[in-house]
Design a protein around this ligand. Structure first.
Ligand SMILES: *Cc1c(COP(=O)(O)O)cnc(C)c1O
Length: 225
């Protein structure tokens, strides 16, 4: 991709984030994680030159290749996709900045066991299936608070930092908004447990997600189109 195209895309995304966050409050800060899964590693390097520092991938293998290719750059790396149990050790060895897709208690327990064996810790978000879609992973909104507390109590090597959700897969904005509001309510109830990150919003819905309280957006296609 052309550097000027990437610059224009990044400017547009940052402008939209700015407009939405100011509507919430001038003190509301939103982090942008650029999702590179549909693009080449060269474009990630270009986005770094343009000022972007945080990147996300949804597969451990791809995350590993990109971290290795861009090893000399001071980047933050986020894991945002479903983690298969047989890839847990590989992910631990990569030391991601944030694992956003912790989607069950059993995955948390397995991850904690392997972290303990390696004397490592990992920052994680609990993924919530806020629109109750069968095709999506994550805990249900009803069980989210309990599972969050259970992980905090029984998984000392996991640093739970908050929650993540993928907005409802529909054209109906009311339903998308509902899924963000549901997640944000859960986030608010967990703030007393130390939750600081509410990760919601992708290319198609991030301004809405920010207006519903998101403070981290994960953007792929709007940047790399
Ligand atoms: C791919 C992906 C994104 C980015 O999606 P876009 O619609 O391309 O912005 C964000 N979050 C997750 C979990 C993803 O898998």
């Amino acid at each position: 991709m052309d550097k000027e195209q990437l610059r224009a895309n990044l400017d547009e995304v940052i402008w939209n984030i700015e407009e939405a966050r100011i509507a919430v409050s001038e003190h509301h800060i939103v982090q942008l994680v650029a999702v590179g899964k549909y693009t080449e590693v060269e474009n990630i390097a270009t986005l770094y030159v343009l000022g972007q520092r945080a990147f996300g991938e949804n597969q451990v293998q791809q995350l590993r290749e990109r971290m290795a290719a861009l090893e000399e750059l001071p980047l933050e790396w986020h894991m945002i996709g479903t983690l298969q149990k047989n890839k847990i050790n590989n992910l631990i060895d990569l030391r991601p900045t944030l694992m956003q897709s912790l989607d069950s208690l059993s995955l948390a327990e397995e991850l904690n066991k392997k972290l303990t064996a390696k004397e490592a810790r990992m920052n994680c978000l609990l993924q919530i299936n806020s629109a109750r879609e069968e095709t999506k992973s994550g805990v249900t909104p009803e069980e989210a608070t309990d599972i969050y507390q259970q992980i905090k109590e029984s998984c000392p090597n996991i640093n739970l930092k908050g929650v993540m959700t993928i907005g409802a897969h529909t054209e109906d904005e009311t339903l998308i908004k509902q899924s963000f509001e549901t997640t944000h309510k859960i986030f608010e109830s967990l703030e007393k447990e130390g939750a600081t990150i509410c990760s919601m919003g992708m290319s198609g819905d991030y301004p809405l997600a920010i207006r519903c309280g998101s403070n981290l957006v994960r953007i792929g296609s709007a940047l790399f189109k």
